[in-house]
Write a protein that binds this ligand. Structure first.
Ligand SMILES: Nc1nc2c(c(=O)[nH]1)N[C@H]1C(S)=C(S)[C@@H](COP(=O)(O)O)O[C@H]1N2
Ligand SMILES: [Mo]
Length: 379
């Protein structure tokens, strides 16, 4: 028996010409690709903006105003990510016959084309990784051991780099694609893509756009929960000891040597403020409500601290992440930054953070710490 030769194997592989090309080609690829590039660009910028919230670097203009900025940027991040899914599928469909292009002859061309192919491989793999981990994160399912946030961020840099290379290399083809008017077959592909984007957006955006709530049957948080507000993690899931929130509960406010210890009744006797504030979860859902409680700046004043101090927040949570957070100075200085006792006029539900929780303007939901038991001035 003779071993098959390379030519025999190659003869079995299709060639780009073997595919029906009547709906593919630059006219479709450049239009779908541009839409995908714009969606990815917005998703990248809003995603990086979100990562900055955790670090709050001094050079970034992150403060309590505008109060709903994070709600908008994170809503856009998740919406553009979801819209990218059908766009990526169509884009891959328009170009995948090119996978079967034969390598060119000549070392130079081989090298250049090889590098370009490599950048596309990185781009496609990165995009698939970002979109699938993003979707799983929305579903709060983490079937992996790595840190979602760190990995999602690192791969976003790699992917956006590959995207820029791809756009630079393909610019002439994109120009050519836009210069031809798509024929009816191609217009059908473009129309179906637009329809798919509209459908996935309408089916999910209600998690942050109030008037779409009834339409968005695929939204992960349907807007229901105690006191009409969704819950991201229950007290039980966070391992909050029911005894610790009863009569034994104390809020410690500490600044250097000075400390006060307050019961929940003590908190309720302090001057109360009510503000309409938003929970804007990094997973894309958001809801605003009327919150009533004590301004954090009034609490730190009890231990003689300046209203513009950074405050470390600790909760009664014993399981999982997000049990602590840090309130930067300009959030503490803002009188709307509350340690809330009530939601929409009734006592905070245990799952919303009873006895008290942080709620501040323009702040990612993950930092709106529930079941607070300690505020410590750190600067
Ligand atoms: N202690 C603690 N606080 C927490 C969390 C948590 O897991 N533990 N989750 C945060 C997240 S991710 C969000 S979106 C909001 C949601 O608040 P809610 O459950 O009252 O809607 O709470 C935040 N506060
Ligand atoms: Mo969240």
């Amino acid at each position: 028996m003779r071993l098959p030769r390379v030519e025999d194997v190659e003869a079995l592989l299709p060639r780009p010409e073997s595919f029906d090309d009547s709906r593919r080609g630059p006219a479709t690829a450049s239009r779908v690709g541009t839409a995908l590039g714009v969606a990815f660009g917005i998703c990248f910028l809003t995603g990086m903006w979100s990562h900055l919230q955790y670090e709050a670097p001094t050079w970034a203009p992150i403060g309590p105003a505008p109060r709903d900025l994070y709600r908008v940027t994170q809503g856009l991040h998740v919406a553009t990510g979801i819209a990218s899914v059908p766009l990526l599928l169509v884009k891959l469909w328009t170009v995948y016959p090119r996978l079967f292009l034969r390598p060119p002859r000549g070392a130079r061309r081989l090298l250049v084309e090889g590098l370009e192919r490599l950048s596309i491989a990185v781009l496609v793999a990165g995009a698939i990784f970002l979109l699938s981990t993003g979707l799983l994160n929305i579903a709060q399912w983490y079937p992996w051991a790595f840190s979602f946030r760190r990995t999602h961020e690192a791969l976003a840099w790699v992917t956006i780099g590959a995207l820029l290379v791809h756009v630079a290399v393909k610019l002439p083809v994109v120009r050519e694609g836009f210069s031809v008017r798509p024929d009816p077959g191609r217009r059908q592909v473009l129309g179906a893509s637009a329809l798919a984007v509209a459908a996935v957006t309408l089916l999910t955006a209600g998690q942050t756009v109030p008037w779409l709530r009834r339409v968005s049957v695929l939204a992960v948080r349907d807007g229901e929960g105690p006191q009409g507000l969704p819950i991201n993690r229950t007290a039980r899931a966070a391992g909050v000891d029911p005894d610790a929130v009863g009569d034994a509960f104390r809020l410690e406010v500490v600044s250097g040597e000075r400390a006060v210890s307050l019961t929940r009744d003590d908190l309720a006797r302090l001057p109360q403020r009510t503000h309409r504030l938003t929970i804007a979860c990094v997973e894309g859902w958001s809801r605003s409500a009327l919150w009533t409680g004590v301004a954090v700046r009034d609490l730190v004043a009890l231990v003689g601290a300046d209203p513009s101090s950074t405050v470390r927040v600790t909760s009664l949570q014993r399981r999982g992440a997000f049990g602590t957070s840090e309130l930067p100075a300009d959030f503490v200085a803002d009188a709307q930054t509350l340690l809330a006792l009530e939601l929409d006029g009734t006592t905070l539900d245990l799952d919303h953070g009873y006895p008290c929780r942080v709620i501040a303007p323009n702040r990612p939901g993950v930092l709106q710490t529930k079941w607070v038991t300690r505020l410590e001035v750190v600067t």
